[in-house]
Write a protein that binds this ligand. Sequence first.
Ligand code: CS2
Length: 477
Amino acid sequence: MTERLSLANIAASHRPGVDPRELTVGIVHLGLGAFHRAHQAVFTEQAAILTSDTRWGICGISQRSSTVRDQLAPQDGLYSVLTRGQGDPSVRVIGSIRDVLTAPEDPQAVVDRIGDPVVSVVTLTVTEKGYRAAAEGGLDLTDPEIQADLAGRPPRTVVGQLAAGLEKRAATGAGPLTVLSCDNLVANGHYLRRLVEDYAAASSDAKALNEQLEVARFPASMVDRIVPATTDADRDETAALLGVRDEAVVVAEPFLQWVIEDDFAGPRPDWEKAGAIVTDDVAPWEQAKLRMLNATHSMLAYLGALRGYETIAEAVRDEKLADLATELMTSDVIPTLTPPIGLDLTAYGESVLERFANPALKHRTAQVAMDGSVKLPVRLLGTVRDRLAANAEPRLAALAVAAWMVYVARGADANGKPLSLDDPQAGKLRAALDGAGTEPAAIVNALLNVDSVFGPDLPANSTFRALLTDHVTTLTR
Ligand code: CS2
């Protein structure tokens, strides 16, 4: 068996640009999944290389299992990014992760880290559902985990961790904190601030927390890189390239982008040096990315899965589906957007579909199809609402939503192969469909009434309902 990647046995040609042992932890990252390792950790390492600033080692927090810690610990925190574009894949070993904690094993350690005065930035990639927001906005105070955190246990939820960490900073005399959400949410920074404020409002003693919140900053950010789940084949290929085995490798496309709101409470890495855009106005970037890239991704995932395609690349190489994705962007989405300065939205849309078509990325339709109940509102329903308000028919956005409905209701592709429903609201969706039957109008009605997805307004809109019913009829025929 090949040896394991570590500082001791890595070939000189693959040594990371920074030695993790020389870094102090200045960043705590919540949600140490593949995306963080292929995105912010790479920008952070690159900035450290270019500035020789050793303050920005990352302490990564896994929110559920110890898998990533168990993969990284024997590797001195090293892991590689296997970049798959045109031509041969390339591999780069990253050294910016200094420490890893598994939150459920030691929740207090997470709080202590956030409270550490040398830490000035907390970044997050905890996915849409990790925020535990209520359907109508704000924190879901009926969530039992939030309630348990509020009752005073060492916190287990993301918002509870941030609140307790901020309080801890009051005790340690740490400076003001910047909390930087890197999830695909509308106005993610403001969204997260509101959740922590709601938590404070529901706490019995929030004096210290409120004081910290007053000086904390929650910049918005737009993140972009396609990072499919790693497979055994990826691990084998990486071992062949490195000459040592890396159990923590992540796979990514060549493209990467990070646009960050210039609103920090204290010191931060010089991410611009590594190519990040730091700007006063992230909103146009974020809207374009969520409504174009993520919306067409979801559309291709549901339509593609229903047609029996395993990967996004296969789905977008189906001309019919590529045309529909293009039409979604040009007819429904672009009219709702203000383009970021210097970005041609039509060209952006084309580049997005080219990236999806990358045959070397085995990005599974099932992976993108996950968590639809929390992704749809962010990616598609804003477009739907804006178009309806402009008296226009969001025909293609409705098609994407209808494809999700059929995916959920039928649970099988065109060949009868089961499609799994991996969604935080799976129980609610199934309950809504229970007894609804197979008539398109009934499926639409049942799911449209799930107000945590569609709110109180969309079920009442006859245009949207009619579009959905037409599409579900066609898709189930
Ligand atoms: C995808 C995103 O899984 C999904 O839902 O749409 O993770 C997408 O790959 C990234 O946002 C690209 O930046």
